[in-house]
Design a protein. Structure first.
Length: 60
């Protein structure tokens, strides 16, 4: 997420890829992005599950 973006996910945000990346948890991020089905509308990261991004949109 950029500095001007605000996530309204609340407590769920701690499991989102943007938070995991900021904590340096790269192995966890790799596991959550092996077979992406959604992308985050906010930052564009692709994830396996909509539970791991702030604003999921399906990949076509």
């Amino acid at each position: 997420m950029g500095s001007n973006d605000v996530c309204s996910c609340g407590a769920k945000h701690t499991g989102h890829i943007c938070m995991l990346k900021s904590k340096g948890l790269n192995e966890e991020v790799a596991h959550l992005t092996e077979h992406p089905t959604v992308a985050c509308f906010t930052c564009g990261v692709e994830a396996n599950s909509p539970d791991n991004v702030c604003m999921p949109v399906p990949l076509d």
